[in-house]
Design a protein around this ligand. Sequence first.
Ligand SMILES: *Cc1c(COP(=O)(O)O)cnc(C)c1O
Length: 496
Amino acid sequence: MSPAAPLYLDYAATTPADPAVVAAMLGCLGPAASFGNPSSAHLVGAAAAAHVATARAQVAALIGAGPQEIVFTSGATESNNLAITGAVRAAADRGTHIVTVRTEHKAVLDVCRHLERTGCSVTYLTPERSGWLRPEQLAAALRPDTVLVSVMCANNETGVVHDIAVLAALCRARGIAFHSDASQAAGRMPLDVECLGVDFLSFTAHKLYGPKGIGALYVRDGSRARIQPVSFGGPQERGLRPGTLPVHQIAGFGVACELVRQGLPTEAPRLKELSERLWAGLEPLGGVHLNGAAAPRVPGITNVSFEGVEGESLVAALPGLAVSTGAACNSEARDPSYVLRSLGRDARLAESSLRFSLGRFTTPAEVDVAVDAVSAAVRGLRERSPARAEPPEGLWEGGSAVVRGEAGSQPEGTWVRFHLLVEGDRVKDARFQAFACPHTLDTADWLCTRLRGRMRTELPPGAPADWAKARGVPVEKLGRLLVVEDAVRAALANWT
Ligand SMILES: *Cc1c(COP(=O)(O)O)cnc(C)c1O
């Protein structure tokens, strides 16, 4: 990566393919490579089929499965769809009740929501405040008509690890199928489907240094009758996933699994140490919360909420870091922080959270750079926050009067306070404090330059629509500038 590229600490979103993975993929692309269709009866097909067989064994080995138990899919989203929809279809004569958890990935929750519309009933369990699901909670939710339970191994936002072996055993004892989304666990912690006792397990290549667009669903040998296909068109993959196998993707996935399996004994403790270094660096800031701290967590995922800073501004202040955020701004989800809120964090704290996810190429020096950048950003934003009663600088001296006016509130997400240094009927200087989004901060800052030197009769300088135009604030954010206007007007009202 070039020095100007952002520091990548978002390995839970995706990982770069390892160079060995890329090499394996290239070996299956192009006229001189094993480009064949593995279903073909001729030698070109057989060469491709050999690559698939090797990869299938590598993928299976990562989770302690047999190669015949691996069904290749396009990724964990598809694996989850197939497992949940397919298991519910297979059990249609026995019941329609599903149990899952509120903190699951959308690739589980949205499938359950869809099935609810087709007549299933779904229980969404709320884990403890730590993010951990107590096995007794699951036991209490199981009913005679429960046909499927889906609980993830490790949470993608907090890294919290559920006790899958215990949860799955509860289900097995009652004849209920058990699925787990292991997308974040695979490659970060040892997984063995025999110890876990699950029927179905989803995982995906691009979270473990493989390519995007390929994943797997583990289907236990004895559980094939517990799942039906959801798409049709060929006998491939035990009749569960038709279509020509993407040999290059599968070959890359295989090598990726092999590498993480071999590296795990040293990589897991290394990532744990780096995560501890990160938290040790951030904790002294004060007003910081390690989300999921009281629960077992997977190494390398650290989710921190920062008091007294607005989420979008925190992200905007960290252009050199590629991390995930609870703030709504750069997330496609309508409800990006539902995981943290279900752990009892209020909306503000959920939004002012950052997920640092470390991986194979993360170094201690990078962690230190991140700590320094985040500390500077948090301190800078807190300087302006409502927690500080005094203006950022002590320049309001002499015999002149200072008038102040504020509007909005921190719980609502926008708060602004102007400080005007006035002399006679003129504004000599203007400053502001705010807990607000980057647009609001920018507009308030710019407005201070427009306030300076103005006569009282010339105030306020224009209206929010003019300011939005001048500062390029998108129309949908215009409402926030009303708080800025209210704060200016409040200051003028206090000018007696
Ligand atoms: C990334 C992720 C998914 C989606 O995986 P894709 O392969 O991108 O479809 C599903 N569940 C969890 C927990 C994830 O982290």
